[in-house]
Design a protein around this ligand. Structure first.
Ligand code: FAD
Length: 516
């Protein structure tokens, strides 16, 4: 009222308009004397309370009380308005028919010319439904929160800048267990090594990902490997801002679930190890047959080459006197080739296995465990230095296992041959850009630098031919590496023995989808 000029108020038509505005206001308005006795009500007051003018005028506002609002609220109400201040709050009211409703009420004191309270004006609306909806929403939120909290799976909701919006109890447990301030970021980083940027991968955004397993090597001061199965789903939430009323805007969130599957994987690994142990005996058998046959073929090839050379020389000389000898040599040559072909057919093949994503930490750890007896009986200490998290590579686990077994076997032999005092084999993994790197270093006799490339040639051995050494192990190793698009080299700067550096391309299957 104070904003209307006195001249304007003096105008009778304007006063009438003002009165009409109050009368027809959608908010229930009442004007009382200083003791809350009602002097005026508008139409909306009747609509809300059910009382007509005749029924309520002259009566006290307390008529509306349902008598369940705490006394303290009324005390505070009167304390406020008596100090000439506006009170705003909620009261439980009763309609004429006795029906209870929640009133959102504002009481404002009206002052006379002397600045004293002359009247009070009350404005209220029935907010029972709004309150009910709010309560229902709150209850739903609490229900969802308690269901999420009761889940044995760690859950976290992240926005597109990886800010955590919501998490559950299990996730908080993970913070202390992994001793990582934001475990979600740790897992996101691991997932991104395989999927690339999660928010840029349209396939992921639409379909999410499920049960993607992440192997974590000793972390947060805890020793031992742990496995986590991660699933991710994206969902959109409508913006709640006022501008969203006409122009719909939404924001995407990622719900990341992290389930600790360590126990299951440990059991699985135990079983797998038992199977591998029996398979290893079989593989060892095949390998020794292969090496024996290839070695024998190599030995036969040398004299046969001489015979071939002799036949060629005789053919060039066209010497008629030596025709019987020439025929004999040709016969020997043919028989030799036939024998070699027969032997070649007898060389057993390295068993093929399906190409799939392989975690080299897991595979190497398996091989180390398979070798544990050998290490123990040879007094060898194994220094296992895995990268905390390793992206998968695409490969045949069978062949890769054979590769690492060969390199570790070589290392053990080299340390035994050199009678090294310090018998340590260091096996480590790391990630460099899009490569998974493996290092196998021993404290054995080492390989002279001028033989670094020769050792990968067939039948080359650094040993004097005392025991039977076919010199085919590193040939096989290189072959397996090549089949995996990898690389192998001997570290020229390593002086404590021999150190093999291997690298394999990170499994790019999932990234491929992302890059499109
Ligand atoms: P009390 O709180 O003890 O009040 C009884 C009566 O004593 C009051 O109604 C009032 O007439 C008088 N009184 C108490 N304290 C003072 C004081 N400090 N100064 C002057 N007189 C006082 N209450 C509701 O429950 N619902 C409403 O919708 C509602 N609307 C109101 C609108 C206005 C404009 C005002 C001024 C008050 C309103 N009240 C309302 C408060 C209401 O007047 C009562 O205080 C309240 O209902 C509690 O009543 P009670 O009978 O339990 O007793």
């Amino acid at each position: 009222m104070s904003k209307i000029s006195p001249e304007y108020l003096e105008n009778e038509i304007a006063a009438e308009i003002f009165m009409k505005a109050v009368d027809q206001s959608p908010i229930a308005i009442s004007i009382t004397d200083k003791k809350a006795n009602i002097l005026y009500i508008n139409e909306a007051f009747t609509e809300v309370t059910g009382y007509t003018d005749a029924e309520i005028l002259g009566k006290n506002e307390s008529e509306l009380s349902y008598k369940s609002t705490p006394r303290e609220v009324y005390k505070e109400l009167w304390r406020t308005i008596s100090r000439k201040q506006i009170w705003h709050g909620h009261l439980v009211n009763k309609k004429k028919q006795g029906e209870r409703y929640l009133a959102e009420l504002m009481i404002s004191p009206m002052l006379n010319k002397m600045g004293e309270i002359s009247h009070y004006i009350g404005m209220h609306r029935d907010v029972t439904n709004t309150h009910q909806a709010e309560q229902q929403l709150n209850n739903q939120k609490k229900l969802i929160e308690s269901v999420i909290n009761a889940s044995p799976v760690a859950m976290v909701v992240l926005d597109n800048s990886y800010q955590i919006i919501l998490d559950n109890k299990m996730y908080k447990t993970l913070i202390s267990q992994l001793n990582h301030h934001v475990p979600a970021l740790f897992f996101i980083h691991a997932l991104q090594q395989e999927f690339g940027d999660l928010w840029a991968n349209s396939t992921l955004l639409t379909h999410g990902f499920s049960h993607h397993e992440i192997r974590v090597e000793s972390m947060g001061g805890q020793r031992g490997t742990r496995w986590f199965s991660c699933s991710g789903n994206w969902f959109s939430e409508e913006n709640t801002g006022a501008d969203n009323f006409f122009l719909k805007q939404s924001k995407d969130y990622l719900l990341l679930s992290i389930c600790d599957v360590t126990f299951q994987r440990q059991q699985q690994e135990k079983l797998q190890l038992q199977t591998l142990q029996s398979m290893m005996v079989e593989e060892e058998h095949i390998r020794s047959i292969r090496e024996t046959l290839l070695g024998a073929m190599h030995q036969m090839r040398l004299p046969l080459n001489q015979v071939n050379a002799a036949v060629q020389i005789m053919a060039q000389r066209n010497d008629s006197q030596n025709v019987p000898l020439k025929m004999l040599l040709t016969q020997v040559q043919q028989m030799g080739e036939d024998a070699l072909n027969t032997l070649q057919r007898c060389v057993p093949e390295i068993p093929e296995s399906a190409v799939m994503p392989v975690n080299l930490n897991q595979l190497l750890h398996q091989v180390i465990r398979l070798f544990s007896h050998k290490f123990l009986s040879n007094g060898i200490i194994v220094d296992w230095l895995p990268n905390s998290i390793l992206p998968s590579i695409l490969g045949s686990d069978n062949k890769l296992r054979m590769l690492f077994k060969q390199l570790i076997d070589n290392a053990v032999d080299a340390m035994n041959r050199a009678s090294s005092r310090e018998r340590i084999i260091k096996i480590g993994t790391s990630v460099e850009n899009d490569w998974v790197c493996v290092t196998i270093a021993d404290t054995g006799s080492g390989i002279p630098i001028n033989q670094h490339s020769k050792v990968f040639e067939p039948f080359f051995t650094t040993q004097t031919m005392g025991g039977f050494q076919a010199g085919m192990g590193l040939v096989m190793a290189r072959e397996i590496i090549n089949q995996h698009d990898g690389m192998i080299e001997i570290d020229a700067n390593y002086t404590n023995g021999c150190c093999f550096n291997l690298r394999f391309p990170v499994c790019s299957k999932m990234r491929g989808e992302n890059d499109e």
